[in-house]
Design a protein around this ligand. Sequence first.
Ligand code: AKB
Length: 345
Amino acid sequence: MTNKAVLITGACGEIGQALVQGLAKKGGYRIVTTDLMPLPENIQAMSAEHLQGDLVYRVKQLYDYDFDLMFHLAASLSSKAEVATEEAHRINVEGTMQLLMLAAYKSEKRGRAVKFLFPSSIAAYGFSNLATKIEAGRVTEEQHNHPHTMYGANKLYCEKLGEYYGNYYGQRHLDPQPPMMLDFRAIRFPGLISAFTLPSGGTSDYGPEMLHAAAQGKPYSCFVREDTKISFMAMPDAIKAIMMLVDVPREYLTRQVYNICAFSLTAGEFRKRAEQAFPGTKVNFEPNPRRQGIVDSWPEELDDHSARTDWGWLPDYDINRFFDDYFLPEIRKRYSVRPSLRSLE
Ligand code: AKB
């Protein structure tokens, strides 16, 4: 059997690195990666080819390949995108548009749908105020789609673009037959936490930043209030979800954009967990009004019943398993810290 040809954009990002490793471990793929940066050394051998450069200007080069599967992960995240809004739009929207056009062209030409996996985000949501967020609780994919950020607006729009290219593209009134269309699938991710990499440019970053700082014995100043609560997930669960959604037969899917969630906790609860695991943890709260406003517009919990029903989604890591079976053992190895007695109780 020949290997499936796979493209991963944004391969040097947190999800990118974990996905390259996940696909390489699973086997059966010829992985081509792209990113502005060179690939980190530990995953270089897993990529058959790495194209370094700006995707929006380099996309022509990708027409020489015949990808079965495209994971479009390259993005400018929520905090960074507020600082450079037009640049973010170029990366997040124009980059996605270029790749959708490529996938649409190849699907039509080959007569076989290219699968296009797009990571969307809780940033696609937006509550007008904190009281509405708290009252809303668990939200479905359709509710409160009023993003407050450039990044969130970009994600929401690209979901719609993907649905267009997957369902309606090529409604050319002179053509007798519609073309073969691409197979677009998207996941709205909560804040993700990896024990191996740190995020940059996002607004859910306070969670992973606090834990990594505590594990290294470094003080951390948290940019949101102690009571701030959003949904989070372990990176291995995010990769599991991507691989599950890609593999599920199309006829099982009742939608193209799916929420998934694992656990929710407040910034204060993050600190408590860090203190239990790493005595001497120094975390203080100095909310930045703008970043606080962004996180206050994101949901505390996501309703992921469609993912559970349609493709059997279930996270491996609830909050206790996240700390006890994944994050703490891995982070201790990484920073060579001995477990405290309190965290073993
Ligand atoms: C961000 O904070 O921008 C991202 C996200 C929630 O999509 N981590």
